[in-house]
Design a protein. Structure first.
Length: 420
C-alpha cells in the first residue's frame, strides 16, 4: 500500500482509500501507544467516556469553523466570550479583567511575555536587554518566548520546599526585570509558588507578574472548595497582571484550548496585533495562530457546561483522593520519598538509596509510560481521574521494581530525560 518516490519518501496515494481501511491502518498505528485512559502519565486528562463524548461531538460540530474570524462565526465569538467569562469568575477576575482564548499553555505564555515586553519597552525605552526573572521550576515555554523576542531569561534557584524563593527572586530583581513568573503549580514538583509574596515584590518594583496556572487553573478553584489552606494565586491578588490556565488539562477539554487572562483590560492592549500595509486591508489577531480550530473552542465550551461546578468539584475530589492514595503507596515503599509537599495532583518522588531512574527503567519495561525529572533525579506523575483504575497495579509494580533494585537486578543504562 505504501508508495515511495525515488527519494524513498512516502507519496500521496495515487487513489483515495476508503475510510474503513484508513480506520484499520490508524488503529494499527495506535497499537504501541499507551492506554491513556487509565495509566499514568503523559499529558492526557481523561474524565470519563461521557465527557469525552461531549467534547468529541462538539468538536465535530464545529470542525470547519475558524475561530480567527469571530465576525464570520458569531457562534464561536459567543462561546469564546463565555469561556473567558467563566475562567475569570473561577480565577479571581475583577470588573476590569479580560481574557483571550488560545490554543494551549505555550501560546498563552508567549503572548503574555510579548504583552509584558511591549509594556516594559513603552515605559523603559532605554533598557537594552530586559530579562524575565523566574524560578528554575518554571516551564520552558518562557525560554521559548524569550528566544522569540530576543530577551534574556534569569532562572534562579528554588527553595528547599521546591517552591519559588521570594528571597532569591528579591536578590535578582533589577531595573532590567520586565517580568516575574510564578507557577500554580510548577510542572516538575506540583507545588504552588508563594504568589502573594511574589506579588508584593512585583508591586514594589513595578514589575509585571505572570502566574502560570496552566496545570492548576481549572483544578485548584474546585479543590479550594473542600480543601482549606490551598495557597492563593489568582487575579484577585494585587500585582498579578496576567494568568494562563489550560482548558485542555484539568478543564478536560479537547487539545487546543487555554486562556490568557489579564487583571486589567489596559494590559491586554499590548496583546493586539494589527497590520494594514498589504493589499487586503486590516489584518487583526489577538493570538499567535491565524486560523484557529473552531472545534477546540466548541469542545471547551461544551465540556465546561456539561460538567458545571458540581461536575468539576466531583472530579477534583476524585483526583485528590487518587493523589492521596498514590502518595501513601509511594511513601510506604522503603527508600522512596516524595519531593516537597505538592498542592494538587502533580507529584514527584525520588530516593536517597536507589538510582530512581533505574526504577523508572524497570517500570518502563513493565509497560508504564515514565515521566522523569533530571535535577533532582525523580519520577513524576500527573494524576487524573482515570488513574484510580491503574493505581494498585502501578504501586505493586513500583514495589517490585524497588525490590529488584535491592537485589541488584537492575543495571544502569544511559538515557536522556525528555520533558513533556
Ligand atoms: C506549568 C505549565 N506551563 C505551561 C505548559 C505548556 O502548555 P502546553 O503544552 O499546553 O503548551 C505546561 C505543559 O505541561 C505546564 O505544565
Amino acid at each position: 500500500m505504501t508508495e515511495l518516490n525515488f527519494h524513498g519518501r512516502k507519496t500521496l496515494p495515487a487513489r483515495g482509500q476508503p475510510w474503513n481501511e484508513l480506520q484499520v491502518a490508524m488503529s494499527d498505528m495506535r497499537g504501541d501507544d499507551p492506554d491513556w485512559r487509565y495509566g499514568p502519565p503523559l499529558n492526557v486528562y481523561y474524565a470519563g467516556e461521557d465527557v469525552l463524548d461531549v467534547a468529541r461531538r462538539a468538536y465535530a460540530m464545529f470542525i470547519c469553523e475558524d475561530a480567527l474570524a469571530p465576525a464570520a462565526f458569531p457562534s464561536l465569538r459567543r462561546m469564546q466570550d463565555d469561556i473567558v467569562a467563566i475562567s475569570l469568575s473561577l480565577l479571581g477576575g475583577g470588573d476590569d479583567a479580560v481574557g483571550t482564548m488560545t490554543s494551549g499553555g505555550s501560546e498563552s505564555i508567549v503572548l503574555a511575555v510579548r504583552s509584558a515586553h511591549r509594556a516594559f519597552r513603552a515605559r523603559h525605552p532605554g533598557v537594552r536587554r530586559p530579562h524575565l526573572l523566574m524560578p528554575s521550576s518554571a516551564h520552558p515555554a518562557y525560554d521559548k518566548a524569550a528566544d522569540l523576542m530576543g530577551v534574556d531569561v534569569v532562572r534562579v534557584s528554588i527553595g528547599g520546599d521546591y517552591r519559588a524563593s521570594v528571597d532569591v527572586l528579591a536578590q535578582c530583581i533589577s531595573s532590567e526585570t520586565m517580568m516575574i513568573v510564578a507557577s500554580a503549580p510548577s510542572l516538575p514538583f506540583g507545588a504552588i509558588d508563594p504568589v502573594e509574596d511574589i506579588a508584593r515584590l512585583a508591586r514594589e518594583y513595578e514589575v509585571w507578574l505572570h502566574v502560570d496556572a496552566c496545570v492548576g487553573g481549572f483544578l485548584a478553584p474546585h479543590v479550594a472548595r473542600f480543601l482549606p489552606g490551598l495557597p492563593r494565586f489568582d487575579l484577585s491578588i494585587p500585582g498579578v497582571r496576567s494568568l494562563s490556565a489550560d482548558l485542555h488539562k484539568f478543564g478536560y477539554a479537547a487539545k487546543g484550548a487555554s486562556v490568557l487572562l489579564y487583571a486589567d483590560a489596559e494590559d491586554q492592549e499590548y496583546q493586539h496585533f494589527e497590520y494594514f500595509d498589504w493589499p487586503k486591508g486590516v489584518y487583526r489577531t489577538d493570538t499567535l495562530s491565524g486560523t484557529r480550530p473552531g472545534g477546540a473552542v466548541a469542545a471547551a465550551w461544551a465540556v465546561l457546561h456539561y460538567l458545571g461546578e458540581s461536575g468539576y468539584r466531583a472530579l477534583a475530589q476524585r483526583v485528590m483522593h487518587i493523589r492521596d492514595r498514590y502518595i501513601e503507596g509511594i511513601e510506604r515503599i522503603p527508600g522512596l520519598h516524595l519531593l516537597g509537599a505538592p498542592h494538587l495532583s502533580v507529584i514527584a518522588f525520588g530516593s536517597d538509596e536507589y538510582d530512581i531512574h533505574l526504577i523508572g527503567d524497570a517500570m518502563q519495561a513493565r509497560g508504564w509510560p515514565v515521566s522523569r525529572l533530571s535535577n533532582p533525579a525523580a519520577l513524576h506523575l500527573t494524576l487524573t481521574p482515570g488513574h484510580d483504575q491503574s493505581m494498585d497495579a502501578y504501586l505493586s509494580d513500583l514495589e517490585r521494581a524497588v525490590h529488584q533494585r535491592e537485589r541488584g537486578a537492575l543495571r544502569s543504562q544511559s538515557r536522556t530525560v525528555v520533558a513533556y
